[in-house]
Write a new protein. Structure first.
Lengths: 221, 221
DNA sequence: AAAAATATTTAGATTTGCCTAAAAATAAAT
DNA sequence: ATTTATTTTTAGGCAAATCTAAATATTTTT
């Protein structure tokens, strides 16, 4: 039996390992989970006992295959529930994280498979993050940050780097939703802010911070 | 803050109080929750400290208004999730209890109101049990047990007394689902089993045990 | 009304998950 | 290569929720 707390640690370790490609440090986990390194140490011992992580004292941790599977399944559940909350219940994309955080821990045979079918097997969640399939596999998308887009290039918004509700609300208000088409008109040297055209019509200015948190796929047309 | 364990105790007390109309005993709670009387005693002290129950040592407990509200809201959530699982995800009525038991504890603003709307404000769950509305109110139905039906009377199946999956599966297999029309042809004195006609066509025999667990509304036509 | 049976509570432990403070190991800086 | 700083672990405690065993109330039986 894996407790909810244990599940949350595995997910956190997975998410950190996704970005950095070395063993995950106790501290990094503590920061992400908003707890103390001491508590993390405690939990790492337990997870190691259950063979969900490979743990060498003072050397950080890596997920075992078993641990990776648990984490991936959790991410799958989380993202499917987010789709449900947005598509079926009408929540906005900035409201669903905390609910999905709870729903992902609901256990039961065939629940997630049925939910997946009910939602018509979505490949991405409301934030553009890919949803692992029943085997834990997901597609990789060649998306780049708006901050890496060259002047003159056009792209479609496909996701966000930051998931804070403040950022998500701002984007929604500006009409910067998934699928929106942007053309980079100009990058201002002074502060790295940009001037973009949306859907070939409206022009708007976006700060460097926004650019560093917005993913696009370049239109090859 | 009310923990999940506390919520479950409140619900159990509510359910026992529904049937017996006296103070609920420690033992009855222990039996329903499949735990020891000692654990129940412990929890009753905590619930009493939070003014969710009125508790006199050795004299049993009653829910306070606050406790009743929590219990009712839980029942509302449980039954709405059951409707979702059956109507939207295609589970059968004998599979949904344990899942709803987990889902009912998910907390978040407007979740249940949105779910209710999505399901089109159902008044009954898949077992025929009434769903409290947002104010905690529900309609009372004048249903009687098949064991109390008189020979010659006709009725529509509206609910079950027992909720075990064995019983629910048996009923489904026999076609004895909600809405089915039964006419009591004969009650056998020897073992109180009955002969009934279903939808004016098929005849079948039902044991006393089945009769004591099947609710019907008499057709006034 | 006293004895026996049953129900309930208290006492003492255990597990999980967290905390703070102190100790130990590793990394960085001089 | 020491010293300093940072990171990580250990030690000791705490609260929630459970358990078993023992003590205490209440109810039932005689």
């Amino acid at each position: 039996m894996i407790s909810q707390a244990e599940e949350n640690y595995l997910k956190a370790i997975f998410k950190i390992a996704e970005k950095e490609n070395r063993a995950v440090s106790t501290n990094a986990i503590a920061v992400l989970m908003q707890t103390t390194p001491a508590s993390v140490s405690d939990m790492l011992r337990r997870l190691s006992d259950k063979n969900l992580i490979a743990y060498e004292k003072y050397r950080g941790v890596q997920l075992t295959e078993a641990g990776k599977q648990v984490a991936t399944e959790l991410i799958r559940r989380h993202r499917l529930w987010e789709v449900f909350l947005v598509e079926k219940l009408g929540f906005s994309w900035d409201e669903v994280h905390d609910l999905a955080e709870q729903l992902e821990h609901v256990q039961g045979p065939s629940l997630i498979e049925r939910l997946d079918a009910f939602l018509d097997y979505p490949r991405y969640d409301p934030h553009g993050d890919p949803i692992p399939d029943a085997d834990g596999l997901w597609v990789f998308r060649a998306q780049i940050l708006l901050s890496d887009l060259k002047t003159g290039q056009r792209g479609v918004i496909t996701g966000v780097q930051e998931h804070s509700s403040a950022f998500l609300q701002y984007l929604a208000q500006m009409g910067l939703t998934l699928g929106a088409v942007l053309e980079l008109l100009e990058r201002i040297d002074y502060d790295q802010s940009v001037r973009v055209r949306m859907y070939d019509t409206r022009e708007l200015m976006l700060s460097e911070k926004v650019c560093k948190n917005l993913f696009l796929m370049i239109e090859n047309a």
